[in-house]
Design a protein around this ligand. Structure first.
Ligand SMILES: [Zn+2]
Length: 213
């Protein structure tokens, strides 16, 4: 006899299958709240890329329609896209034996302006799925405009934004950095440097989308 729990799961599954796709609103939901055609038309990218000499795994390129979805999610608080974005990360073949997930930090000013850290939200879903903790040993100071700075000045400016939080006895050997969009990879490199300083021996990086430099 089916338990009430499994009946509930079947009912929510059924309900989901008759809900409209969050992107085209025409077809019904199939994968992570979007229909099969919309899912297939995302700008998929299967190979790992390098930025600043660091390997980055990403399910997609930062192209239409994903760029619009991520912008609406981040800047217009369209949090209904979170299951889709987390679903994208869940398609990645992640390295084995990750001990903790480190979401890309944002400054307090950005957090106040946006209301949430998008990388933390998607990292939390992934952490639940992998059954590993979220680790936030690095904070980010005010991010200012970098216009007019040379490449080297920009790199040093970004590195200075990342500060280790007060000493924490907890150390993880293999961590996964989670970010939303990676462009030049300079924030990833700055966070990566901090994690090396903290004694991490293996640092993997996953993001939703990689943009062309
Ligand atoms: Zn659709």
């Amino acid at each position: 006899m089916p338990t009430s729990n499994s009946i509930w799961q079947q009912l929510t599954g059924l309900l989901r299958s008759i809900q409209p796709c969050q992107l085209c609103h025409a077809d019904t939901q199939h994968w992570h709240q979007v229909c099969e055609d919309c899912w297939k038309s995302l700008p998929w990218q299967r190979q790992a890329l390098q930025r600043q000499g660091i390997n980055i795994i990403a399910p997609c390129r930062y192209d239409y329609p994903l760029n619009r979805i991520i912008q609406q999610y981040k800047y217009q608080q369209q949090l209904q896209f979170q299951p889709l974005l987390s679903g994208l990360l869940s398609t990645l073949k992640l390295p084995q034996k990750i001990h903790a997930i480190v979401p890309m930090p944002i400054s307090t000013e950005r957090l106040a302006e946006r209301g949430f850290n998008q990388s933390l939200l998607i990292a939390q879903d992934l952490a639940k799925q992998l059954n590993v903790p979220i680790w936030q040993p690095v904070t980010r100071l005010k991010q200012h405009a970098q216009k007019g700075l040379s490449r080297l000045e920009r790199m040093s400016d970004i590195q200075q934004q990342f500060k280790l939080t007060p000493p924490d006895p907890v150390r993880y050997r293999h961590v996964l950095i989670v970010d939303d969009v990676v462009t030049t990879g300079s924030s990833i490199q700055a966070l990566h440097n901090c994690l090396i300083e903290l004694g991490c021996q293996q640092i993997s990086v996953a993001c939703l989308a990689v943009a062309e430099v």
